[in-house]
Design a protein around this ligand. Sequence first.
Ligand code: NIG
Ligand code: FE
Length: 417
Amino acid sequence: MKRLLYNPTQILTIDTSGRNVKRGIEFSNVNVLHDHSVLTENNLIADIIPNSSVKKTVFDTSLDLTGKILLPGLIECHTHSAFMGSRADEFRQKLAGVDYEKIAESGGGINSTVKAVRRSTFEEIVEVVTPRIDNFIAQGITTLEIKSGYGLDFENEIKLLQVINYLNENCAIEIIPTFLGAHTFPTEHITSHDEYINEIINKMLPHIAKQKLALFCDGFCESTAFSSDQIDFIFTKAKELSLKLKLHTEQFNSIGGLDVALNHNAVSVDHLEVLIEEDILKLANSDTVSVLLPGVSFFLNYQYAPARKLIDNTAIVALATDYNPGSSNISNLSLIMSLAALKMKMTIEETINAVTINAAKALSVEESVGSIEIGKQADFSIFDTEEYSDIVYNIGKNLNCITIKNGEIVYSLNNIK
Ligand code: NIG
Ligand code: FE
């Protein structure tokens, strides 16, 4: 089927001339087209044509986007959406001045969510996570990453990955599963770290690779979690099994995680709130994406990652919510864009590139999604405004009115088919 997306006021193509990433000077340009329409054929972008040629164009159906703007489907590249229970009690403690690491050290934090996940069945988790995915779809998100990391034993990590894979097959967008067994040490292994690492390496990773349950292996390199040597050990095995790599690193302490990730050619390094000056240059000279999570700094009332320095030195920067119950109970991607602009001094254009093509690169899907270029998947978000600055300017407001995945309308505020 051929569908014409007719006459949006602006098309933000995020054109990369086939490079499928934006860095340096290109990162400040969202490549706006006026007086154009987009033609999709089945699941792909077939053409981008001036409105003056619409009359001689053949199509089966058309969607009038007059007064609206057309963007690539947004990409959410870092979430922990598959969690159970609530940590509102910890939020209260945080408001009273107790810090995130202290809460983790005293048995709360990630391990308290682990308890809730272990108590829950596959079906119960599916029921709780499904509306969270619907909420992302309603924001114009067409590719979403979800990590495990709240099971922390064989049975429960596999259960979470099975939930994430089931949701991918049964929801309207693409969900990318990431294995985060190395999130923290589970309570039963607090004094037997090597035993848990052996379980990851000898049991979890081989099973996950064999059953193709995850595309990425992630970890948390931090003094309250895994050391850089432990991450190195896990990454070596994960790579051997053809999993791609990501790492939570330089969040509270710089303990060697960045170097390990770069040595292993990780696809992304995420957080970077305490990134030091000389490491900025290492990222500038690599193709590893810096995934910045300003929602965490906001939620924890903590310092922000040095976005400006990374961008000005030509590192590849992406943005994500890090949606999770402990450090960023925020699932609103446009709020993250506004925080990035206000708190990390990113321009509006940079925040848009950071949740489209560069977020696609952080998930290794940049060749098929993330920009409106001929031959890519027909994934779009359509915003009910005539000026793209409004996305970032309307703080916390969802302006997306239509989400299109693979050429199909999967969400529409007014039930357009
Ligand atoms: O990305 N840093 C480690 N992991 C998560 C937090 C998870 C949690 O607190 O439940 C993060 O911030
Ligand atoms: Fe995270």
